[in-house]
Design a protein around this ligand. Structure first.
Ligand code: AQP
Length: 334
């Protein structure tokens, strides 16, 4: 039997991914390539929904792709590609735009959060329709499963609604995708603001742990992470969000259960605990950073791998679009 298909994407919106991206997305992508037919894309079309310089986008797209391979995605087993290399994403997004209600799109909380930064009238229409492009990314590949963090739940719901609406109106075409969310790492929070999610665009430098950062600054940031009153290492999301976040991070990186960690650090205070968290982060990120640097030193090879991925992705996307065009009623080109 064919393997179930998984698809996910990540934005090239910074010069490095962060720990939230790593635990909430990348690490699961690597695991899922063992059991799934895996498609992963660097979503550069999404990145331009906020003002972005061309040179920065070009650089960040390669840095993003290099980190994906460095984190363990195998170009033989996973189809790793750049979204803009497959034109069908924008074409399907248009069709889905025409199936989406204004009110439905206006309910998306990510737009509300992100547009608040610019003022709603200055935010682009692209930022508003971002979740519809995301729905196209997923539906084009007939994905069964989409690994994401908790912040993407609402977008996944919209994707399912649009797939159902299209299928109902035009006949069965799209697979309904299910979110794949790991509860323990669905929301890694900012080290300085432990109730907000760690985010490329809104975390302060002190609140974010970047995959490509050097060990020195990584250790410093963990040691300076905001902790809570008291000195006990206990998991208490409501009253001790800072320590709870660090416990979640330690547990996810070392495979030790939170209960075990709480027992082990009983009576030892925050300092000793934070030192261990810092070491776990450094140990995880150092080999990824080194492999990323190596991959970036040969852009020709990196671009070659991405071209292979785009070719494989295009084969699937084009098959879906042939069906979509016909069902919607567009005339064939010949
Ligand atoms: N803090 C987080 N905890 C768990 N998962 C997270 N993800 C992001 N932040 C966390 C997951 O990472 C994947 C890729 O995210 P993205 O690049 O598409 O953008 P995002 O979700 O909007 O992440 P950022 O860091 O906040 O990026 P910007 O600032 O550019 O918008 C997704 O699966 C996401 O769930």
């Amino acid at each position: 039997m064919a393997r179930p298909r998984v698809l996910s994407g990540i934005q090239p919106t910074a010069d490095s991914f962060h720990l939230g991206n790593y635990l909430g997305a990348l690490r699961q992508w690597v695991t899922l390539q063992e059991t799934h037919d895996a498609f992963y894309c660097v979503v550069d079309l999404h990145a331009i929904t906020v003002p972005t310089e061309a040179a920065a986008l070009r650089r960040r797209t390669r840095v993003a792709a290099a980190q994906l391979f460095a984190a363990g995605l195998d170009p033989e087993r996973s189809t790793v590609f750049v979204q803009s290399h497959v034109r069908e994403h924008t074409e399907l997004a248009w069709v889905l735009n025409c199936l989406t209600g204004m009110g439905e799109a206006a309910r998306m909380t990510q737009f509300k959060d992100k547009s608040a930064k610019f003022g709603e009238s200055a935010a682009s229409v692209g930022l508003f329709t971002y979740p519809i492009l995301q729905a196209a990314d997923i539906l084009l590949y007939q994905a069964n499963s989409v690994p994401v963090g908790a912040d993407q739940k609402q977008h996944l719901e919209l994707t399912r609604d649009l797939a159902q609406r299209f299928n109902h109106r035009y006949g069965d075409t799209f697979t309904l995708p299910a979110p794949h969310i790991l509860k323990e790492v669905e929301k890694i929070t900012d080290l300085q603001e432990p109730t907000a999610k760690m985010s490329k665009s809104s975390s302060s430098p002190a609140g974010i742990l970047d995959v490509l950062e050097q060990p020195g600054p990584l250790r410093k940031k963990v040691m300076r992470a905001v902790t809570d009153t008291g000195s006990e290492v206990v998991f208490d999301e409501a009253n001790k969000p800072g320590i709870s976040n660090l416990l979640r991070i330690h547990s996810a990186l070392t495979g030790t259960s939170i209960a075990e960690l709480v027992a082990r650090f009983d009576g030892q205070g925050y300092g000793t605990f934070k030192k261990e968290v810092a070491e776990a982060v450094v140990e995880t990120f150092t080999p990824i950073r080194e492999r990323t640097e190596k991959l970036l030193s040969d852009e020709t090879e990196l671009d070659r791998l991405l071209a292979i991925g785009a070719g494989r992705a295009r084969d699937v996307a084009q098959r879906t679009m042939v069906q979509v065009r016909d069902r919607v009623g567009f005339l064939p080109t010949s």
